[in-house]
Design a protein around this ligand. Structure first.
Ligand SMILES: Nc1ncnc2c1ncn2[C@@H]1O[C@H](COP(=O)(O)OP(=O)(O)OP(=O)(O)O)[C@@H](O)[C@H]1O
Ligand SMILES: [Mg+2]
Length: 251
């Protein structure tokens, strides 16, 4: 059950904050198209939440609205991160507040090496993990530090995109289909890294078409269907519920 965050008590907000990240009655539009239709869910500190649903359900739109991108337009609702009102922010302010969106296309910057991509992420404070620490987490990136980022394999580019997010001091990682187009053995590698990142206390929302893999990693799951939430509960519950999987995830 979601409870509307109530910060009216000033310093006592910790008593009323329902969760680390709280989405409340969010509605999002692309122009006239009503896509995210009043969704509410919570993400607890340090957990991995799988955000699932069929193609076009509104998963990417939800992540973009949380990250406060210019589109979609969030016309109604609230988003709170660690007592900060994200819904009043622009994307650069949300980024400074601790939101990191790793988009599906990974957005590696052309013309820059792996290391330059990481350095660029650290150009302004707040700086997160050191480059040495990132290379410990991603030894493949260390080996390829002088290689141009866009020439990396798909899996390596995904690692670079995640590393770049962690190069900044973030509170929540929003991952849009990190396993897309990757061989199972590379998915294993990225999954292992996501577990290590979780152990470091980072909170993650994981959007994935590969629902089984996402559910095996996640603590909880939210399932979207045409812009509304049809399930909010534990990840294992979805794995065990054949009906739910067949109806909304086609697995
Ligand atoms: N820029 C846009 N302008 C207009 N409509 C859009 C735009 N982006 C997405 N949509 C529409 O919004 C709906 C939700 O799209 P969204 O990308 O959020 O789905 P998704 O759940 O991420 O799907 P997928 O699994 O295919 O990535 C779809 O009907 C899509 O066509
Ligand atoms: Mg999407």
């Amino acid at each position: 059950m979601n409870v509307k965050p109530d910060f009216s008590k000033g310093k006592n907000y910790a008593e009323t904050a329902p969760a680390f990240l709280s989405v409340w009655e969010m509605q999002a539009y692309y122009g006239e198209s009503y896509i995210v239709q009043g969704i509410s869910f919570n993400v607890h500190e340090g957990e991995i939440l799988a955000l699932l649903g069929r193609n076009g359900a509104g998963k990417t739109t939800t992540l973009r609205a949380i990250a406060r991108m210019d589109s979609p337009q969030m016309n109604h609702g609230e988003v709170w991160l660690d007592h900060q009102a994200l819904h009043n922010m622009k994307s650069h302010e949300a980024a400074a507040a601790g939101i990191a969106l790793v988009p599906e296309d990974r957005c590696i910057i052309p013309g820059l090496t792996v290391e330059e991509n990481l350095e660029l992420a650290q150009i302004a404070p707040p700086v997160g993990w050191s480059i040495d620490r990132l290379y410990e987490l991603f030894p493949r990136l260390a080996e390829r530090r002088r290689q141009e980022g866009v020439t990396l394999s798909g899996g390596e580019q995904q690692m670079l995109a995640v590393a770049r997010a962690l190069a900044r001091d973030i509170k929540v990682l929003l991952l849009d289909e990190p396993y897309e187009g990757l061989a199972p053995v590379i998915v294993d590698e990225i999954e292992k890294t996501l577990r290590l990142i979780k152990e470091q206390g980072i909170t993650t929302i994981l959007v994935e078409q590969n629902a089984v893999r996402a559910l095996e990693l996640a603590d909880r799951a939210v399932i979207l269907d045409t812009g509304s939430i049809v399930f909010d509960g534990s990840a294992s519950e979805v794995l065990e519920n054949e009906e739910l999987r067949a109806e909304y995830l086609a697995i």
